[in-house]
Design a protein around this ligand. Sequence first.
Ligand code: 3HC
Ligand code: NAI
Length: 685
Amino acid sequence: MSPISTRRHGDVLIVLSNNPPVNALGHAVREGLVAAIEQAEADDAVKAVVILCQGSTFFAGADITEFGKPMQLPMLPQVVDRIEACTKPVVAAIHGTAFGGGLEVALASHYRVAVPSAKLGVPEVKLGLLPGAGGTQRLPRAAGVRKALEMATSGSPISAKEAYACGLVDRLIEGDLEQHAVAYAEEVRDVRPIPITSARDDKLEEARANPALFDDFRKEQARKFRGFDAPEANVKAIEAAIAKPYAEGVQDERRLFMELMSGTQAKAQQYFFFAERKASKIEGLPEGTQPRAINKVGVIGAGTMGGGISMNFLSAGIPVTIVEQQQDALDRGTGIIRKNYQATAAKGRMTEAQVDQAMALLTPSLSLDDLADCDLIIEAVFENMDVKKEVFGKLDAIAKPGAILASNTSYLNVDEIAAATSRPQDVLGLHFFSPANIMKLLEVVRGAKTAPDVLVTAMQLAKRIRKVAVVAGVCFGFIGNRMLIPRQTEANKLLLEGATPEQIDRVHVEFGMPMGPFQMADLAGIDIGWHRDPTRVETIRDALCAIDRWGQKKGAGFYDYDDKRRPSPSPKVQEIIDDFRSQAGITPRDIDDQEIVERTLYSMVNEAAKILDEGMAQRASDIDVVWIYGYGWPVYRGGPMFWADTEGLDTIVEGLQRQQERMGDDFTLSPLLARKAEAGEKFTR
Ligand code: 3HC
Ligand code: NAI
């Protein structure tokens, strides 16, 4: 049965799509739309058309699962052209999300009406693409050039209200969408000529008078666009809309679209779209496992992490009790939470009333006893096993039956922590990333005894607080931090062998990471986990810590920082490196960038393969989600596992073997990686 049906309402033909879950514009939908437009034209009694979608949303875009397969006609560009060419006025009635191809259908329609809660956007750039069904040509004509540039290159949607303000939507509908859309169609049924977006030029005039607008925009956005192909292609396509007649502009759009579609970046970004959605699925749980109710949360520790963790729940309207040992630490922690909210309000992204609302949900306390009525308690105290065990032992006596007890530990053994309680089935790791109120990743650490419903609760709760959760097993550093270890080990050795922090960091930044290993150390604080004995200097890091070079917070670390926190290479650090080198009897050599890639990035892939092999990650794509959302791995490379597949696993193995001698005992080749390379297999496809 076709997902497109029609029904008459007076002389208006309602074209209704029913293609759950998101009304993606798959082949049957495209075919049905063309047939419906033809039906409307053929029937003299029909005077106007309304396109409407059933379910939670208007068309949310092309059907991404069809990408990479042979396209069945009609293609979307033909469908939207057919809609625009309809001899009777067509009204798009929008609710939910009119995204990508969905917005292109709306743009080809002669009128657009929307409910105020609707969102309109062209997220193609996030899939490494551009709107390929006339969107880059019609959007600037309907919404203005600047708006089109912003929407197409960010992929972020705008609200129906914003769309109304810029002319993209003709009317906001309060009340029943179908009924009001039909009434609107009645109003415009006799208006001639029918307004055709592709024939409009009025909103292009301003940009035509100021063609420098495009280069200004490129400069302004350069940092965000760095490394990505798709944003520039979007800008070029919109530029063509200004510089060329519509018919030529769409040809440019098609050519640019095909170029992107055949590239690696689009494949990586589309792979990641599905990887993210797969991550929330847990293998091997009993069917129908129900989550526990979470209405109140406790957080222990109001330091760097405890504060940020609390904000996630407060922002989602969930009350939090936060516990510290001393009043001053408690005041400091809650003060920072308020300051963070106020900074958000100052940027206009929150109202003062919302700040007060969030803060009213927070109860500061100096007693663990106040956590007795919490459904979930998250511990974020010092990274020390004895301290954590003591806290969990106390919690065991305080928490109500069925409460979930979580640790935010970065590295420690969650099973050992769980064993400090009489209820290990209720214990798991919830590893947030810093800053915890901002970073999207949540590693859900599944202990040996963690109950299925505890895991299901954690995954569901992650969605509620807008995090992307990935399940990890119990091992040192779980998925993300464990992969940092070989990278840091090799980076440190490379320093001794002749590389500089600047060179190693540059290779990582050119690869697309937001920062390299030494920049990251300076940002996080070199002193984290340091033994705090300035007389015990065994490593370069010990030497830096001993002279107070703890990173950005001290104005000095692997780099020197000026008062605006701008880094520069440090002669002092070079001196320390030189000292260690001569003590170790190493003669420095020139190290090429490829060696840095092989020893720091290939060795991460090797560690990831071990993680997968040991079952510490459920699937290769989960590892990619961890590194993209937790550490800023460039999404256009699809994450470490997808990237390894792109490089070729035999290339990775060859590179690692080439470096084996230099990496020494720190390195053993993952048997899984070796097997897959040998068999010509991939991790992710
Ligand atoms: N094609 C195929 N499947 C899609 C899809 C699409 N465009 N969008 C979503 N889905 C699937 C998801 O994979 C998921 O499947 P699952 O249940 O099997 O895991 C299901 O629909 C529900 O999706 P979400 O879990 O993401 O549901 P949400 O309610 O959280 O979000 C949404 C809904 C906002 C529509 C979100 O899914 C989304 O942003 N989708 C992608 C939109 C997009 O990128 N559109 C542009 C496509 S490219 C294009 O149009 C090219 C054209 O210019 C030629
Ligand atoms: P922090 O030192 O900033 O904060 C810890 C807080 O816990 C302090 O304010 C301390 O007073 C309080 N505290 C200690 N014992 C307590 C007790 N018995 N009762 C109540 N409060 C107590 O440490 P941070 O950075 O917030 O780390 C906390 C945990 O989160 C650690 O396990 C750490 O490994 C982990 N983590 C840290 C990340 C980071 O980037 N800082 C990232 C992810 C996890």
